[in-house]
Design a protein around this ligand. Structure first.
Ligand SMILES: N[C@@H](CCC(=O)N[C@@H](CS)C(=O)NCC(=O)O)C(=O)O
Length: 113
């Protein structure tokens, strides 16, 4: 599923996810957590793969995340969200209707840990 028109997101902010910065190899655990979450929800976001330990440490990338780690979600409003759980929660609030964390009450606590 491609992301639809923006709606009121977390904190009532209208913003659309435009790009998810991940590691090029796809093996880093935190970016993988977000990719797995999005796959389970059926949400598609354009990915920008970066070479881990190099491209994520550039001055340009640190404008998106001052501590220079992945994943980072860039929004069309120009702001960025770092921290894999915060990114998952952003999508969860935008798309609670899609199966994911809400699919199983029993699984929910471990998914959010
Ligand atoms: N708590 C953060 C951890 C992020 C993190 O440690 N990212 C690693 C990859 S798993 C990273 O970008 N390392 C790059 C570096 O150290 O240069 C999250 O969940 O997003």
């Amino acid at each position: 599923m491609a992301l639809q028109a923006p709606r009121a997101g977390p904190a009532g902010i209208l913003a659309r996810a435009v790009k998810l910065y991940v590691d090029r190899g796809g093996t880093a655990p935190s970016p993988r957590r977000v990719r797995m979450y999005l796959a389970e929800k059926g949400i598609t976001v354009p990915h920008e793969p970066l070479e881990l330990h190099r491209e994520n440490r550039t001055r340009e990338f640190r404008r998106r995340n001052p501590i220079g780690i992945l994943p980072v979600l860039e929004l069309d409003a120009g702001s960025c969200i770092s921290e894999s759980l915060a990114i998952c929660r952003y999508f969860e609030e935008l798309h609670p209707e899609l199966a994911g964390w809400h699919a199983s009450m029993a699984a929910r606590p471990s998914a959010k840990a």
